[in-house]
Write a protein that binds this ligand. Structure first.
Ligand SMILES: O=C(O)CCC(=O)C(=O)O
Ligand SMILES: [Fe+2]
Length: 394
């Protein structure tokens, strides 16, 4: 199979994520991007049945730490629709949890509070393996070239270490190999704990079945420092058009690919203004990122211009920085095990401003073309008008 064929099938096998306003489907000519969102923002449209199935013997949930009291799950089970009654326990839990979250009286217990409780449950039970990871020590974390550029913090110092192999995709060496190893073993340790305690964790986003949210097991403060002190200065220079200078919150997680993990990641845009993606390792084949130009919501499914297609091969320790709205995906990791750390950085100021704007020609490739074509058309019209006026005078 040629690389173009592989690429085509990945871009057209789409996932429609609820509530994102993008339409999925197969179209061999236009790329269709989903919006990848953090799991906690997902909604379900499933319903319970009106009359319970009293013959049904519910599962037991006592051995799990769940979002709602375990007994509620056993009691609610007999109200599940017939197709769910025969599902496995994990699917039933997810279904019932989604419904209960939707029906909580508004304001009684906010989503943020529930999420805080969830994190608290993890943090008070999970024993970290490498405590030094939880406070950001720049010399432990970063390679000297990156540290030097940050310390100088000038346009020149950043341009010395950062390349831009395709418009809007910035690449630089960032993490020390020893730091990557420490992160990998911490993640292994966390996953072992999840397996042993049967704790139900939220996955990082709506398209990955594996991976973990780093913020949920204590790394949020460290990642906030990473965003503020190290990613924001770079984003201020390269992504000022999407709020790069005012990044003020993040979603930090790892994705995992290979045997018994996710295989690839479909074509999508991130729920972020700026995305940092660093490969932690380890040995793997495949998994390349493919990029297809930056688009606003209105133009997310428009065709890709040839000069904006770009493929990137992951290298452990190396970072890729791009706009969240830069359409992309990850090809199949065909052997080995790939783990990448992602930091979706957001700007509340930019999001607020965006709601008052109609076009985004400073960063959306299609808005830019529309604006340029409109300008050409109006100059042309003016030229014709002037020519006609001169002609009539003569
Ligand atoms: O697999 C990768 O490296 C890409 C992950 C990604 O794009 C995402 O999680 O938003
Ligand atoms: Fe992404």
């Amino acid at each position: 199979m040629s690389s173009e064929q592989r690429e085509g099938s990945q871009e057209t096998t789409t996932t429609t994520v609820e509530g994102n306003g993008t339409i999925g489907g197969n179209n061999s000519h236009s790329a269709v991007a989903a919006t990848l969102r953090a799991t906690s923002t997902m909604a379900s449209c499933q319903r319970l049945r009106l009359n319970p199935n009293n013959e049904h013997r519910p599962d037991t949930y006592e051995d799990l730490q769940l979002d709602f009291p375990n007994s509620v799950y056993s009691s609610l089970e007999k109200y599940l629709p017939p197709n769910m009654l025969v599902s496995n326990r994990d699917e039933k839990i997810k279904f019932m949890t989604d419904i209960m979250l939707r029906h909580l009286p508004h304001g009684e217990r906010s989503r943020a509070q529930r999420h805080r409780d969830y994190r608290q449950k993890i943090i008070s039970n999970y024993q970290p393996l490498h405590r030094e990871l939880y406070t950001l020590v720049p010399t432990v974390c970063f390679v000297p070239s990156f540290l030097k550029a940050i310390n100088e913090s000038t346009e020149e110092s950043f341009r010395n270490i950062i390349s831009e192999p395709s418009p809007g995709v910035f690449v630089f060496d960032m993490l020390q190999p020893s730091f990557c190893e420490m992160m990998l073993s911490e993640i292994d340790n966390f996953e072992r704990w999840v397996g042993e305690t049967k704790f139900r964790i939220m996955r990082p986003n709506t398209m990955n079945k594996y991976g973990a949210v780093l913020d949920d097991f204590g790394l949020d403060t460290m990642l906030d420092k990473l965003m503020e002190g190290f990613i924001r200065p770079i984003s201020k220079l390269f992504f000022s058009d999407v709020g790069g200078a005012s990044l003020d919150s993040h979603h930090g997680f790892v994705v995992e690919y290979g045997k018994d993990r996710d295989v690839d990641l479909g074509f999508h845009v991130d729920d972020s203004e700026v995305t940092l993606n660093v490969c932690l390792g380890n040995q793997f084949v495949g998994g390349e990122l493919f990029f297809r130009g930056t688009r606003c919501e209105k133009h997310v499914n428009t065709a890709t211009k040839a000069d904006l297609t770009f493929d990137y091969d992951h290298i452990p320790g190396q970072a890729v920085l791009h706009r969240g709205r830069h359409r992309h995906g990850a090809r199949a990791t065909t052997s080995g095990h790939r783990v990448n750390m992602l930091l979706w950085c957001r700007s509340s100021v930019f999001r607020e401003l965006k709601t008052h704007q109609k076009e985004f020609s400073s960063w959306c490739g299609e808005c830019f073309c529309e604006k340029r074509d409109e300008k050409v058309r109006s100059i042309d019209a003016l030229r014709k008008k002037l020519f006609k006026a001169r002609h009539t005078q003569a």
